[in-house]
Design a binder for this molecule. Structure first.
Ligand code: ADP
Ligand code: MG
Length: 676
């Protein structure tokens, strides 16, 4: 039985039991499903195809006598020149002096190690027997002193004795439909990849299983959530919404219309809305949010708009106040820095229902803020959402519709991974007449020319943002830097007015300088990255970013998104040292595309899904076999299947799904609290 403890495996003593427990392995089952996290490829390669720093196995004839040097009693360095595919390569072996006697010029050798393309050298080489171990070697995550060889031995024993006990959990039709390898066989070939073809099939099968289970969790969670917290069916007079939209100075794009429709349908439904609205910077999400808030208020509820920064709160408060002018809708800005008295008044009014829409930072739902009848919460520029905020709302006993807005487009694979329990709306169209921002990557010493460019923009009546160099881990230096740069730029461009913005400014000063910039009485805004998100001054046409190579793609795209918000041609200048290795790729990607979706896809490829969000909280699952970036087709399929299954009777009742159900049960899926 697979539930037997590991101690029943021959050779696993008390010490090993402890070590395995450290890896989360307690039973035979755990051992079987402890898959390699990597496979090293020992197949011999052609040297011309190998990249710098790649780990590789090479083969060739020894060219001259091995050279041996000692550094200490047991420290040595043996260098062997080998002619590999007509290239003379130095293989350097550490502390393997005994090899000198075994290797003669003219011998044919196979060795493995990291290839240094510039020096034509393989350092830390190990000699391989071409045939031993097969060509692919599994590598397991190890700690607590477990030896790879022991682990492999135990796994081999387990397969001898227990392989037949590995039960199939996928139903027959699925196995047939996708031509999937049987489960026990797949487990075997993942641990013992002797045959490439079988290994690939094994991987394919376990990838599907893993993704299906994962997507089933998501869908079951979504279903139980929908059923548990019924929302409110909001009712309003649609003509009022139409009127509001018709009064705007521009027609909505059809993408804006479509997503607004999706949102309002959710609000009307008896389910609670849990929706992600994604749209590239400048695609016009604010108007959509405003319309949804209007609908909530007209159906007798309050709305809240939450943003990550005070600057943005201020800006949104202002634009909503303008949009709802003469409508009788009472908006208010709850600022973290509001005077306590004013703040208390606002809070009282909010609790009494005398405020319809409140705008503020995330503190809005966290601190002692009481609502009269909260019906809709919108979170703007939320890149790391989720779970946390939903929990806060639930703990406060609030069941509002929830809309998350983000300008960091999430590649579809990630969207359905991290947010599989949410509905997703996408604005995939820019307002008419927008021109792509022209982006240039220049050396930092080009700044004098850039100053000329700033001047010309100003002469044409336009404005510029200058983003300061980034000083990591020091807020104080960051600020000092911003102050210095502001002085320099003001001196270089005496005919213009330069404003200064950074996180440490008192709220009042921030408001004032943003106001001046919005009115064009300040033409150049020197700022730290606090203007990164959301800030909307359409007359600004130039974005200059210092140390651009130190920013991530998403952040650069966000910063660039501050310009190109009107009909005039806009520019973005990235100041980055081309010599620094770091960031070259990102700089080129920035100059190549303006499309946030393409950019985020490339970002995902560059960094991998784990780093894409940069935080654990992102809700990405820990996958053992599948790779979200690579296996996106399987992910799509698994998702579609999971959606269908959860809606079907068979999945819940039929015995062919018992294995899957049991597995989900074991993982606590039906236990609502454990899902978040
Ligand atoms: P984001 O999606 O980045 O939050 P905003 O909502 O701030 O973008 O909109 C960017 C700019 O585009 C604003 O000045 C806004 O008034 C304008 N805008 C929004 N929708 C349209 C539209 N359909 N046609 C023209 N301009 C629009
Ligand atoms: Mg916005």
């Amino acid at each position: 039985m697979l539930t037997q403890p590991v101690s029943s495996v021959q050779g696993v003593g008390p010490r090993a039991v402890e070590q395995l427990a450290d890896l989360g392995i307690y039973t035979i089952h755990d051992l079987i499903f402890y898959f390699p996290f990597r496979y090293d490829d020992f197949a011999v390669r052609n040297i011309h195809e190998v990249e710098h720093e790649e780990k590789v196995t090479l083969q060739g004839a020894v060219h001259s006598q091995p050279e041996l040097r000692f550094y200490g009693p047991k420290k040595s360095r043996l260098t062997i020149r080998v002619l590999v595919d007509n290239v003379l390569v130095q293989a350097v072996f550490f502390n393997q002096a005994f090899l000198k006697r075994q290797i003669q010029p003219g011998d044919y050798v196979t060795f493995h190690g990291k290839f240094d393309r510039h020096r034509l050298m393989v350092q830390g080489a190990v000699l391989k027997q071409p045939a031993d171990d097969g060509e692919i070697e599994p590598v397991y995550p190890l700690k607590s002193g477990i030896k790879l060889a022991s682990l492999k031995k135990w796994i081999a024993r387990v397969f001898q004795d227990f392989q037949e006990d590995i039960q199939e959990i996928l139903p027959d039709p699925a196995l047939k439909k996708y031509k999937l390898m049987e489960r026990s066989k797949a487990c075997y070939h993942l641990h013992f990849p002797h045959d490439m073809d079988l290994f690939e099939q094994a991987r394919r099968r376990m990838v599907y299983e893993e993704l299906l289970v994962f997507q089933l969790k998501m869908q079951i969670f979504r279903k139980t959530q929908r059923e548990a917290d019924s929302g409110t069916e909001k009712v309003w007079d649609p003509s009022e919404l139409v009127q509001f939209i018709n009064k705007l100075p521009f027609p909505l794009t059809s993408a804006q219309e479509r997503v607004l429709h999706e949102i309002t349908e959710d609000m009307k439904s008896p389910y609670r809305m849990n929706r992600l609205l994604q749209g590239d910077v400048g695609s016009g999400k604010t108007i959509v949010a405003a319309a949804a808030l209007l609908a909530a208020v007209r159906s007798g509820y309050q709305g809240a708009l939450m943003v990550p920064t005070e600057i943005l709160a201020e800006q949104h408060a202002q634009s909503l106040a303008e949009l709802f002018e003469n409508s009788g809708i009472r908006t208010a800005h709850l600022s973290g820095s509001s005077k306590t008295k004013a703040k208390r008044e606002t809070l009282e009014k909010l609790a009494a229902g005398e405020i319809d829409i409140i705008i503020g930072t995330h503190a809005l739902i966290q601190e002692g803020v009481d609502f009269h009848r909260l019906g809709l919460v919108i979170t703007d520029e939320q890149h790391r959402f989720g779970v946390q905020q939903r929990r806060v709302l639930r703990e406060k006993g609030l069941q509002p519709d929830v809309l998350f807005m983000t300008a960091t487009p999430i590649p579809r694979t990630l969207a359905i991974t991290a947010f599989g329990d949410m509905d997703v709306s996408t604005i995939d169209e820019m307002p008419a007449g927008r021109k792509p921002v022209e982006t240039y990557w220049v050396k930092p010493d080009m700044m004098p020319r850039v100053l000329g460019f700033i001047r010309r923009q100003a002469e044409a009546g336009h404005q510029t943002y200058v983003i300061c160099p980034l000083i990591e881990e020091s807020d104080v230096l960051d600020v000092q830097n911003a102050i210095d740069l502001h002085t320099q730029i003001q001196e270089a461009l005496p005919e213009l007015k330069a404003g200064l913005m950074h996180g440490r400014l008192p709220a009042q000063d921030k408001e004032e300088v943003m106001q001046q910039f919005a009115e064009n009485s300040v033409q150049v805004l020197v700022s730290t990255t606090v203007v990164e998100v959301g800030v909307n001054v359409p007359n600004a046409t130039l974005m200059v970013i210092y140390d651009a190579n130190r920013f991530g793609l998403a952040q650069l795209h966000q910063l660039r998104g501050r310009v190109g918000r009107g009909s005039d041609q806009a520019y973005c200048i990235l100041l980055a040292d081309p010599k620094s290795d770091n960031g070259k790729e990102r700089m080129s990607i920035m100059t190549e595309t303006n499309d946030g979706f393409e950019l985020s896809q490339r970002d995902l490829e560059l960094r991998g899904p784990g780093d894409f969000f940069g935080v654990k909280q992102s809700g990405l699952p820990e996958l053992k076999v599948a790779d979200i970036a690579e296996d996106f087709k399987a992910l799509e399929t698994a998702r579609q299947d999971a959606v269908k299954l959860v809606e079907s009777d068979a999945f819940w009742k039929d015995s062919s799904y018992r294995g899957l159900r049991q597995m989900l049960e074991k993982e606590g899926v039906f236990d609502a609290d454990r899902m978040d």
